[in-house]
Design a protein around this ligand. Sequence first.
Ligand code: M6P
Ligand code: ZN
Length: 186
Amino acid sequence: MQIFKPELFFNSDTGQLSGKNIGEKTARLGDLKDVYVDEKCRKSMSQDQLVYHVQYYFPVSENTEGGLFFGNTTIYPGKVGDEYFMTKGHFHAKGDRGEYYWCIQGHGMLVMMNRNRETWAEEMTPGSLHYMPAHVAHRTVNIGNTPMTFGACWPSDAGHDYGTIATDGFSGRLLEVNGKPQLVAF
Ligand code: M6P
Ligand code: ZN
């Protein structure tokens, strides 16, 4: 029998992960071709502009059944035209897998869309907890003036289906209309 010291830390104020085997990925405007409705505007902006940053911990390899992945995402404040900075969004490759998000800092929206293309959104504020059922695409949006960070936990065999969103998009997008965030039908 042995007692171990933790090797993995989660900062509950900032959501940042530290320890061994933490992965990182970033999405800059240059990586987000055709994600925003105003592609011409995206192209005219600095392609180096950081839009979001993800930290993740994969204790088992991807596609392993029965494991759980853990991560955080920070979306920086900004807009492409009238559309707030947001993640690409995805269904799960194994569509019957769900996920949890929880907001750590900032002000955001979680946009969800089912297979019938019905779209809705939930406001994200520090402490808000969001369950995404199976077969529901999810995208997060920063509607505030400061970085928005949320945590995520999802099954290790869920995978990401970005193709469906790349082809069909979400049927609702969060745009600033008269100075306020609004879910606009597309
Ligand atoms: C959350 C999780 C990750 C996802 C990330 C960014 O942390 O859902 O699986 O990769 O958000 O979202 P996306 O992959 O849609 O850009
Ligand atoms: Zn997901």
